[in-house]
Design a binder for this molecule. Sequence first.
Ligand code: GLN
Length: 287
Amino acid sequence: MQTIGRFIRHWSSSLEHAGVDAPRLSAEVLTAKALGLTRLEVLLRQQCMLESCALQKAEALLRRRGKNEPLAYILQEKEFYGLVFQISRDVLIPRPETEQVIEVAKGYFSAHKTPFVFADVCTGSGVIGITLASVLPGSCGILSDISEKALAVARQNVRRHGLENRVQCVRSDLASAFGPDSLDLLVANPPYIAEQELASLDAGVREYEPHQALFSGEKGLQAAETLMSQAQRVLKNGARLILELGLDQPARLQRGLAAGAGLWEDAAVFQDLSHRDRILAIKKTVF
Ligand code: GLN
């Protein structure tokens, strides 16, 4: 038998040697998960003995972390914009950068008086759409994904946040399943990493996150470009498209717009929390 404090010290140094990020935090959080306690409760019980059953449970979780499995997949939960979402390896782990997409959409729609319809395409766990529906009570949302497994996770999160009456989930390859002139807002964090960047990604991302949610063609722009052309059909006149993209991509797409036939107007690029251009917002021209 050993104390919780000693167990945590042992595992944080062993995770550190394995090259895992945030080893101490991982040891504390996963020990807490195995004991069914909060992290704070665990820190207050450092002198308590760890029962062998809890010890085995904690070791099983910590061994997964030792192989670089992201903490969020082991915990099966991730916080986003102050809400907690269920996740699994069928969906991308929600990133804090994506919270900026919510801010941008709120900027355009929080003063909107009449009810409006938005779609969150490539919804994954549903974080963007569910958060938008929560912060914009006048909205109805459609969450879509090409992956049935991802949609099952999104549906659970819709229920968890009690939004079944305003949010529905549908299977769709990007925006292909939506009707013409049906949306006031289309928002997406589509896959946007270039296929050749695979080797340079963190091991945790490369080995555990769904590649379908990450990669999109040679330059990473395939999904975004397809969405832009589909958006012309599914958006109402004057409706917005908001896309989270990779570095340099908003500027590239914007240059493409300038060369286009005036289909879009009011283009704006927004930065993420690290001041990098990451979000493109455009408005379908009203003819
Ligand atoms: N919309 C989800 C997110 O932002 C998933 C994105 C994706 O699968 N590309 O986390």
